[in-house]
Design a protein around this ligand. Structure first.
Ligand code: AMP
Ligand code: DBH
Length: 544
C-alpha cells in the first residue's frame, strides 16, 4: 500500500453545522452508535484495501470485456486515481459519476475514495437537467462518464458542455473496454486517509420535489448498513453476485450489493441491464449465486419463454425490492425458478427490511420483511403523528444507525420530511405485525415506475417549457408490468400557433434534459382538469 496522507475537512463538510454530522445526526447520538458497536470507524477505502490484501488472486469482477482479480482491480483503481488527480480531483471535491455497469465504474468509485474526494451518484438514465442540478447543488466540479455513450448520454454530454452552459464541470470520459491508458505516464497519487464520520458520498432519492434529493452518507453509517445486509442475506466468500440494476443505485450498492461483495470477497458480474436476454446467459456462464431485481425485471424473467435453455441452478437467492412485489408473482419464484426469494423494502434515506432467510413461505411472499438492525426504530402513525394500534395501516416513520436526519442542503424539504426528533417520514403506508412490515400504499405523490422514482412536478415543469402548453398535470397510473406508468394531462394554449401533438410533446420532454424513464408514457390533450372542492387539481380523479 502507498503512504497515506491526512488532509483537512472537505469543502462539503465544512458547510455543515458544528453540532451534527453531514447526515444531520447529532454528535452525542453518533457516540451512542459507536458505543453500541454499530459504527466501527471503517472507511470505504479501507474496506477495499482489505479485500485486495485478503484475496489478491481471486476473481473480483467480470464485465463484457474484462475479468479482473482483486490485485488487478487495485491496479485499475491506482490508474484511475492517477487520471482523476491529473484532471484536478483532490480531497473533498464532488465527482459526479454517470457510468454504465462495468469494471470501470468500480475503478472510478474506489479511485475517488482513494483521493479523499466525494462520489456524487447519478444514474445513466439521468438527463442533463439532473446533472446540472448535482453540479450546482453538490457542488461538484467533476463529471465522469463513458467515452462510448448511447444516444441519451451523447445528448447529456453535449448539453453539459454547451458553450452557453451555466455550470463549470471538468468532464472525464472513460473507455470501459480499455480504460485509463493515459495513466502510463502519470504518477500514482497517495491514498488520503479520511475520518470515518465524514461525508462519504451523496446518494440519490427518487424524491417528490422537482429534482432528485441528495442523500448524505458517512463511511460509518453506510458501512454499518452493508455489514447488516451481508448478515441478513448470508452473502459469503466464493459467492458470485450479478449486478443487473444500475450500479450506483442504493439497492445495488449496499443491499448487500457491490459493497457487500467487497466486504466478503464475492465476485461481481456486471450485466448491462436486467432483461432476461442479458441476465440468463450471464447466470449460466459465470455460475451466479445471487442477484437483485426490481419487480418488473423479475416478472419478465418469470414470463420469458426461452428460460429453459439456460442452466440457472447456481442461483441460491434473488433479492426483489424497489417497489411492491405482488404476492402472485412472489409465489411463483421458488417453484418456477428454483431460487430462494428474499424481499427487500429499502430506501436510500436509510431503513432496509428483509424477509429473513428462515422465514415461512407465507411471510416471504406476503410481507416486505423486518428491519435489518435491532437499532432501527419504527413508528406507524396517523396523519397527526399519533401512533396507530398494531395491525392498523399508517405512515411509517423511522430513525436509526444508518438513516439520515436530513437531506443535503434542502432546509424546506427537511422541515417536512423529518420529525423534530429526527424520524424520517418515509411516505409509505404500512401495517406492522411485531417487527414485520407489509407495505400497503404510499402517501407521497411520487410515481414508482418499475422501481424508478419520478417526481410528477419535474415532468410537469419540463412540459410547461413548451410554448404551446398552457397547463400540465402528471400522475401515476397502474400498469401490470411496471407497477405504475406516467400519464400526463395537457391543456394547450389558445392561439399559440400549430398545436403540438402528444408525439411532439414526448419528443420535447425527451430533449428537455429529463431522465429517459421520466418521459410520459401516455399524454392526453384535454380541455380542463377535474378539480377538488377547494379548486385544486384532483390527481386522484385523474388516476381513475
Ligand atoms: P427512495 O427513497 O427513492 O430510495 O425510494 C424508496 C421507496 O421505494 C420506499 O420508500 C418505498 O416507497 C419504495 N420501495 C422500495 N422497496 C419496496 C418494496 N420492497 N415494497 C414496496 N415499496 C418499496
Ligand atoms: O428503492 C430503494 O431505494 C431501495 C430498495 C431496496 C433501496 O434503497 C435499498 C433496497 O437499499
Amino acid at each position: 500500500m502507498t503512504d497515506s496522507v491526512t488532509a483537512p475537512m472537505t469543502p462539503l463538510e465544512a458547510a455543515a453545522d458544528p453540532g451534527v454530522l453531514a447526515t444531520g445526526v447529532p454528535l452525542d447520538v453518533a457516540d451512542h452508535y459507536r458505543d453500541l458497536g454499530a459504527w466501527t470507524g471503517d472507511t470505504h477505502w479501507q474496506l477495499f484495501r482489505r479485500a485486495v490484501d485478503q484475496w489478491p488472486s481471486d476473481c473480483a469482477a467480470i464485465d463484457r470485456t474484462r475479468s479482473v482479480t482483486w490485485a488487478e482491480l487495485d491496479t485499475g483503481v491506482s490508474r484511475a486515481a492517477a487520471v482523476l488527480a491529473d484532471a484536478g480531483v483532490s480531497r473533498g471535491d464532488g465527482v459526479i459519476l454517470q457510468l454504465p455497469n462495468s469494471i470501470a465504474y468500480l475503478e472510478t468509485v474506489f479511485a475517488v475514495w482513494r483521493l479523499g474526494a466525494i462520489p456524487v451518484f447519478s444514474l445513466p438514465a439521468h438527463g442533463s437537467g439532473e446533472i446540472r442540478h448535482f453540479a450546482a447543488h453538490g457542488p461538484a466540479r467533476f463529471y465522469v462518464s463513458t467515452a462510448r455513450p448511447n444516444k441519451h448520454l451523447t445528448r447529456v454530454h453535449r448539453d453539459i458542455t454547451a458553450a452557453d452552459t451555466d455550470i463549470d464541470l471538468t468532464v472525464i470520459l472513460v473507455d470501459e473496454t480499455a480504460p485509463w491508458t493515459e495513466a502510463a505516464s502519470l504518477p500514482v497519487p497517495d491514498a488520503v486517509e479520511v475520518p470515518p464520520s465524514e461525508l462519504a458520498f451523496l446518494q440519490l432519492s427518487g424524491g417528490t420535489t422537482g429534482v432528485p434529493k441528495q442523500i448524505p452518507k458517512t463511511h460509518d453509517d453506510y458501512l454499518y448498513s452493508v455489514r447488516a445486509s451481508v448478515e441478513a442475506c448470508g452473502l459469503g466468500h466464493g459467492d458470485v453476485l450479478l449486478v443487473a440494476l444500475p450500479a450506483a443505485h442504493n439497492f445495488t450498492m449496499s443491499s448487500p450489493g457491490i459493497l457487500g461483495a467487497v466486504q466478503v470477497g464475492a465476485a461481481i458480474v456486471f450485466a448491462a441491464d436486467p432483461m432476461p436476454t442479458e441476465v440468463l446467459p450471464l447466470i449460466a456462464a459465470h455460475r451466479v449465486t445471487h442477484l437483485a431485481l426490481v419487480p418488473p425485471a423479475l416478472i419478465s424473467l418469470l414470463n420469458f419463454p426461452g428460460r429453459g435453455d439456460y442452466d440457472i441452478s447456481s442461483v441460491t437467492t434473488v433479492w426483489v425490492g424497489g417497489a411492491k412485489l405482488s404476492e402472485a408473482a412472489a409465489r411463483r419464484v421458488t417453484p418456477e425458478l428454483g431460487w430462494r426469494l428474499q424481499q427487500v423494502f429499502g430506501m436510500a434515506e436509510g431503513l432496509v427490511n428483509y424477509t429473513p432467510l428462515d422465514a415461512s413461505i407465507e411471510e416471504i411472499v406476503s410481507t416486505q420483511g423486518r428491519p435489518m438492525s435491532p437499532w432501527d426504530e419504527i413508528r406507524v402513525v396517523d396523519d397527526d403523528d399519533v401512533d396507530v394500534p398494531a395491525g392498523t395501516p399508517g405512515n411509517l416513520l423511522t430513525r436509526g444507525p444508518y438513516t439520515i436526519r436530513r437531506y443535503h442542503r434542502a432546509p424546506e424539504v427537511n422541515a417536512r420530511s423529518f420529525t423534530p426528533d429526527g424520524f424520517y417520514r418515509t411516505g409509505d403506508i404500512v401495517v406492522v405485525d411485531g417487527r414485520t412490515l407489509t407495505v400497503v400504499g404510499r402517501a407521497k405523490d411520487q410515481i414508482n415506475r418499475g422501481g424508478e422514482k419520478i417526481a410528477p412536478e419535474a415532468v410537469e415543469n419540463a412540459l410547461l417549457m413548451h410554448p404551446g402548453v398552457h397547463d400540465v398535470s402528471v400522475v401515476g397510473v397502474p400498469d401490470e408490468i411496471l407497477g405504475e406508468k406516467i400519464r400526463a394531462f395537457v391543456i394547450l394554449r389558445d392561439g399559440a400557433g400549430a398545436a403540438p401533438t402528444p408525439t411532439a410533446l414526448r419528443k420535447f420532454a425527451r430533449e428537455s434534459g429529463l431522465a429517459s424513464f421520466a418521459v410520459p408514457d401516455i399524454i392526453d390533450i384535454v380541455d380542463e382538469f377535474p378539480l377538488t372542492g377547494v379548486g385544486k387539481v384532483s390527481k386522484k380523479a385523474q388516476q381513475q
